[in-house]
Design a protein around this ligand. Structure first.
Ligand code: HEM
Length: 242
């Protein structure tokens, strides 16, 4: 493994934690904090849980094969990948329920903005990817390993491409949401108040985080060399997937 790999992964993780720290600070310091009461305090949970689920946990799921591929066998890595994704969708579902509760309690329209259209599409793609991945690599992998090799090989390319696409969509959606939140909540934005600076820095760190994670995913030098499997059919897919 190239020597830059661990520092770059640590930098990506630190950037992800800074993103989380910034969005929590924004909501607590400038936006009344959190409560499950269908007011704007419940809405404030939306950005935090969307970023936690679709950016931070999703990124860790995507990087599992790179980061843990040499330390664990393929089945263990697959389970960890799946657990991160399941946790990500649970957080995102909660984050979405908070904004729908708030909109419905206030009598606001649902799904009218570009942010919400891209956001609901990201959520649909993520859920579909999770279901298809589970069926292809867990159900077929366990119950029909030999007869599903071709299907799994073909689907794997789509799954890998889809995973990165959904992550980038989540980054773009989060930045659109940030811009929309600024327009609703910071009337003095043009004078660059501290809250506006914080929101801008959040957007910049989201972009840096997405760029670092994509760099790790697309740099073939960082591919784990010793991804092993107890299942020979899976090994075959693994070998053929490049
Ligand atoms: C991947 C991350 C995100 C997804 C998938 C997402 C998705 C959504 C969806 C589907 C809605 C519409 C809810 C409704 O119509 O009732 C919404 C609303 C909203 N979101 Fe997000 N969101 C994300 C991140 C963020 C972030 C980070 C912020 C702000 C920092 C944000 C701010 C807003 C705002 C202000 C609304 C209400 C206005 C509107 O409906 O567009 N979102 N979001």
């Amino acid at each position: 493994m190239p020597s830059a790999f661990i520092p770059i992964v640590l930098l990506a993780e630190a950037t992800g934690l800074v993103v989380l720290g910034l969005v929590i600070t924004w909501m607590v310091k400038y936006q009344d904090g959190f409560a499950l009461d269908r007011t704007s305090k419940e809405f404030n949970l939306h950005p935090v849980f969307m970023i936690l689920g679709f950016l931070f946990l999703n990124a860790n799921a995507l990087m599992t094969y790179r980061v843990l591929g040499n330390a664990f066998n393929r089945t263990a890595v697959k389970i960890i990948h799946l657990l991160f994704q399941a946790l990500a969708v649970a957080c995102a579902s909660f984050g979405l329920s908070c904004v729908f509760h708030f909109h419905n309690a206030m009598g606001y329209a649902n799904l009218y903005s570009l942010h919400s259209w891209l956001g609901i599409t990201t959520f649909a793609f993520f859920s579909l990817q999770l279901i298809l991945g589970f069926v292809a690599f867990v159900i077929f992998g366990i119950f029909a390993p030999s007869s599903s090799v071709t299907f799994r090989k073909v689907y794997l390319h789509l799954h890998v491409y889809g995973g990165a696409l959904i992550f980038i969509m989540a980054g773009v959606t989060s930045m659109l949401g940030t811009a929309e939140f600024i327009s609703f909540k910071i009337p003095t934005y043009a004078t660059l108040p501290p809250q506006g600076v914080l929101a801008n820095v959040l957007g910049a760190f989201i972009a840096i985080f997405v760029a670092l994670v994509c760099y790790i995913l697309y740099n073939t030098k960082y591919k784990a060399s010793a991804v092993q499997s107890a299942n020979p059919y899976e090994e075959q897919i693994n070998i053929e997937k490049d």
